[in-house]
Design a protein around this ligand. Structure first.
Ligand SMILES: [Ca+2]
Ligand SMILES: [Ca+2]
Ligand SMILES: [Ca+2]
Ligand SMILES: [Ca+2]
Length: 583
C-alpha cells in the first residue's frame, strides 16, 4: 500500500512537472471572429485553428429575402509537419477544434527567437478589417496633390503593417517590427515602414473587403496532435471581390504566409489544407479532386440534400433540391527550389546541391477519410504527418480504388477520388458509393525552411450552382477554376501610376486663422455643395449642407486651437480636401 501511494504521488509529480515544462505559455485558443461577406458569400472568419468557424454561407441570401442561410463548409485549417536537424518531428494541425478536445494554434505573432507571452496572445486575439473603398479614398487623397490632407480612414490608420506610427497609441500594445513584416502594404516611399501619412496603403490585392490575422503553434500545448511546436508564425489575409464575373463574385481568397520563427532549419516540411465539408446537410456529402486543375471539390451524395427528404439531423439548413458544388482551388502553391538537369529539366536538388531556381508547386497529394484521425497506436503526430504525405496513419500508401486503403495493393496514387463523378468508370465517391461524411486534406510537396525564412500560398474557395445531380459532371467547376486563375494572373493592379499633381482648384485663406477663414473655388463658375470639418483624429465635427455659392466662410466658433481636416464637394460632384489650423 505504502509503495503504491508513493508511486502514484511520483506519477502525479511527474505529470505536473511535464505540464509545467510543455505549457510554457498558457495561452487560450483564439475567440475573435468576423464575416467576409461583401459578395455572394458570407464566410465566418476566425483567428486560429478553424478558418471558417463552422459557417461558410453560399449563396448569400439577401437580408430582405427571409431565406435561410445554408453553409457549405464546416471547417478548414492548416496542417504543418517537418523534422528538426535531430530528426525529431514538429507538427501542428487542426480538425474539429476546441469543441472536440483542443487545438494546436494560438493567436498572435512570435518574436524573432520564436517566443510569445500571455499578453501577446490576448492582444492579438483580434482580426483587422478593411474595405477597398477605404483604401481607394486614402489613395485618392494622395493622388490629388501628392500629400495626404486627410482625414485618413480609421481602418487605414489601424492597419497592422510594419512600422505603423499610430498602432501602439490606438491599440495600447506594440506591433512587432520584424523584417518578415506583418499585414501587407504598398510602400510608396520604399522605406520598409508603413506610414499612411506618406501615402503608403494596405495591399489587399485590389479586393473589396479583407481581414488580416496572425497566429502561431507555440502559445500552448498541442492538444489536437500532441506534436512538438514548429515555432511557425502564420499570417492570413482573407479577402473577396464584388464582381460582375460570377466565378469571382462567388469566391473567397486566402493568402497564407508561413514564417519559421524557430532557431532550427526544418526539413521535409509539408503543409496541408484540411477541409471538413458540410454541404448543407453533412450526412450526405462526397468529395474528390481534379489534380491537373489544383482543385478539391465537395458535392452531394444524391439529388436531395438531407437524410430522407430535405431535412437534416440537428435541424441543419439544407440545399434541398438546388445543390451547388464548392471547391478549393490552389491559386499559388508553396514555393520550392529546383536545380536544372542535364537537359534543362527541373529536378529536386540533393541536400548538397545549391538550387538554380524557385517554382510554385501544385497540389501534391489528396487524402480523404471519415471521422477523426484514426490513431495507428504509435505516435499521433506521425499519424498526422502520414496523412500529410499521402499515406494512411499505419503507413499504408494511398492506392486507387475503394476508399483508397487497400493494404497489399501496389496501385499507388497521390490523389484520392480523382475522377469526374459523372464518369462511372472513373474513381469517385459516386462510383464507389462509400462513406458520406468525409474530410479532405490537400498536401503540398516537401520543402526546407531555415530560421527566419518565409513561404506562402494562396487558395480560393470556388462555387458553382449549375450542376445536375446525382453524380454531377463537374467539368463546370474546372471552368470556374480556370476563370479564377485568369483573374488572379491578370494581377491586381496595385501599382500606382505616376501621379499628375493637379493645380489646387480650391483655396482656403487665411490659414492659420483666428476668427474666420474663406474657402473658395478657383473656378468662378463652380459652386460648393457641402463641406465637412473633421478633427485630427478623423471625427466629423461640423457639416455645411445645401450650399450654393462659390465660397464659404468658416467661423472659428467652438473650434479649439489646432489642426483640422476638411472635405468639400462641388455641385458637379468634384471632391476636394485639405487642412487648416485654428490659432
Ligand atoms: Ca491630398
Ligand atoms: Ca513607407
Ligand atoms: Ca449534403
Ligand atoms: Ca440526401
Amino acid at each position: 500500500m505504502k509503495i503504491k501511494a508513493t508511486i502514484s504521488t511520483l506519477l502525479c509529480l511527474m505529470i505536473s512537472f511535464m505540464q509545467i515544462v510543455s505549457a510554457q505559455y498558457p495561452c487560450d485558443p483564439a475567440t475573435a471572429a468576423t464575416n467576409l461577406d461583401v459578395n455572394n458569400v458570407n464566410a465566418t472568419i476566425t483567428n486560429g485553428a478553424n478558418l471558417w468557424g463552422g459557417s461558410y454561407v453560399v449563396p448569400k441570401p439577401s437580408a430582405s429575402s427571409g431565406l435561410p442561410e445554408i453553409s457549405a463548409i464546416a471547417g478548414g485549417g492548416i496542417w504543418i509537419g517537418g523534422f528538426d536537424p535531430g530528426g525529431n518531428i514538429k507538427l501542428a494541425a487542426t480538425t474539429f477544434g476546441v469543441g472536440a478536445g483542443g487545438v494546436d494554434y494560438y493567436p498572435g505573432p512570435l518574436t524573432e527567437s520564436g517566443e510569445t507571452s500571455l499578453n501577446t496572445c490576448n492582444n492579438f486575439d483580434y482580426i483587422w478589417s478593411i474595405t477597398g473603398a477605404d483604401i481607394a479614398s486614402h489613395r485618392a487623397d494622395w493622388w490629388d496633390n501628392g500629400t495626404i490632407d486627410g482625414p485618413i480612414p480609421s481602418s487605414v490608420l489601424r492597419w497592422p503593417a510594419r512600422g505603423n506610427p499610430d498602432f501602439s497609441a490606438i491599440f495600447g500594445f506594440e506591433l512587432p517590427a520584424t523584417e518578415q513584416g506583418a499585414a501587407p502594404f504598398q510602400d510608396r516611399n520604399n522605406d520598409g515602414l508603413y506610414s499612411p501619412y506618406d501615402g503608403d496603403y494596405p495591399d489587399i490585392n485590389g479586393a473589396d473587403q479583407a481581414h488580416w490575422m496572425v497566429f502561431n503553434d507555440t502559445g500552448n500545448e498541442h492538444f489536437e496532435t500532441g506534436g512538438i511546436a514548429t515555432n511557425f508564425e502564420i499570417q492570413v489575409l482573407a479577402y473577396s471581390f464584388e464582381s460582375n464575373e460570377p466565378a469571382v463574385n462567388n469566391a473567397t481568397f486566402y493568402d497564407y504566409k508561413f514564417i519559421n520563427r524557430g532557431i532550427e532549419t526544418l526539413e521535409d516540411l509539408v503543409i496541408g489544407i484540411w477541409i471538413d465539408p458540410a454541404l448543407g446537410c453533412p450526412a450526405d456529402d462526397y468529395v474528390g479532386c481534379f489534380p491537373e486543375n489544383d482543385i478539391a471539390f465537395i458535392y452531394n451524395q444524391d439529388a436531395i440534400d438531407g437524410e430522407n427528404d430535405c431535412s437534416c439531423p440537428g435541424g441543419v439548413n439544407t440545399y434541398c433540391e438546388e445543390i451547388p458544388v464548392v471547391g478549393v482551388k490552389i491559386v499559388k502553391g508553396i514555393s520550392v527550389v529546383r536545380v536544372f538537369g542535364e537537359n534543362g529539366e527541373l529536378e529536386i536538388p540533393e541536400s548538397w546541391e545549391s538550387p538554380d531556381t524557385v517554382i510554385r508547386t501544385k497540389m501534391n497529394n489528396f487524402m480523404v477519410w471519415d471521422g477523426p484521425v484514426v490513431p495507428s497506436g504509435s505516435s499521433l503526430d506521425f499519424d498526422y504527418y502520414s496523412l500529410l504525405t499521402g499515406n494512411w496513419t499505419d503507413g499504408t500508401p494511398l492506392t486507387t480504388g475503394g476508399n483508397g486503403y487497400n493494404p497489399g495493393s501496389t496501385d499507388y496514387t497521390n490523389f484520392a477520388y480523382s475522377g469526374n463523378p459523372s464518369i462511372d468508370t472513373a474513381w469517385s465517391m459516386c462510383s464507389e458509393n462509400t462513406m458520406a461524411d468525409p474530410q479532405m486534406l490537400m498536401g503540398f510537396e516537401p520543402f526546407r525552411l531555415e530560421p527566419g525564412a518565409v513561404n506562402d500560398l494562396t487558395f480560393a474557395v470556388i462555387y458553382t450552382a449549375d450542376v445536375a445531380y446525382p453524380c454531377p459532371d463537374l467539368s463546370v467547376l474546372q471552368e470556374v477554376g480556370d476563370e479564377i486563375d485568369d483573374f488572379f494572373n491578370k494581377g491586381f493592379s496595385t501599382e500606382e501610376k505616376t501621379p499628375i499633381y493637379k493645380q489646387s482648384s480650391l483655396t482656403l485663406s487665411p490659414n492659420p486663422f483666428t476668427n474666420q477663414t474663406q474657402l473658395r473655388l478657383v473656378n468662378q463658375n463652380e459652386q460648393l455643395s457641402s463641406v465637412q470639418v473633421y478633427s485630427i483624429s478623423g471625427q466629423l465635427i461640423r457639416t455645411y449642407n445645401s450650399l450654393s455659392a462659390n465660397s464659404l466662410a468658416i467661423e472659428k466658433g467652438n473650434l479649439t486651437t489646432g489642426m483640422y481636416f476638411y472635405k468639400a464637394l462641388s455641385k458637379d460632384g468634384k471632391a476636394y480636401s485639405g487642412k487648416f489650423v485654428v490659432n
